[in-house]
Design a protein around this ligand. Sequence first.
Ligand code: HEM
Length: 110
Amino acid sequence: MSIVKINALTVPEEQRATLEERFASRAGAVEGSDGFEWFELLRPLEGTDRYLVYTRWRSEEDFQAWMEGPMKQAHQRGGQDSGDGERPRPAATGSETWSFEVVQQAAPKK
Ligand code: HEM
């Protein structure tokens, strides 16, 4: 079964639009990564004020391979040097990564 990796982002109210814009123009590299199965950016409505970046992978190894390669490039605008000398402030003030194993899953009947 697959594994799920969630990055939980703490985003101040005034930075929410910036965060969503950054994701709207994200690298789009994850889609081409071996073993990648799903991505969702989840905006909080109730119960938490953290955004969740939900990703699902075929295996831990596939996730680690993405982390060591394409992930770094895909995150370059998120506060690191973007190459033009500008360093945009990260929209998130904190992050925490959670890991899960998929134990059961279901999809709607066709
Ligand atoms: C230091 C913590 C992190 C922060 C602050 C962060 C924030 C962001 C931001 C703002 C973007 C939009 C692109 C950009 O502007 O860079 C992004 C892209 C993304 N992040 Fe993170 N991220 C972090 C770590 C992670 C981790 C650990 C994961 C794995 C679950 C993850 C999954 C993703 C994915 C899948 C994308 C889209 C990449 C693509 O389109 O190819 N992030 N992240």
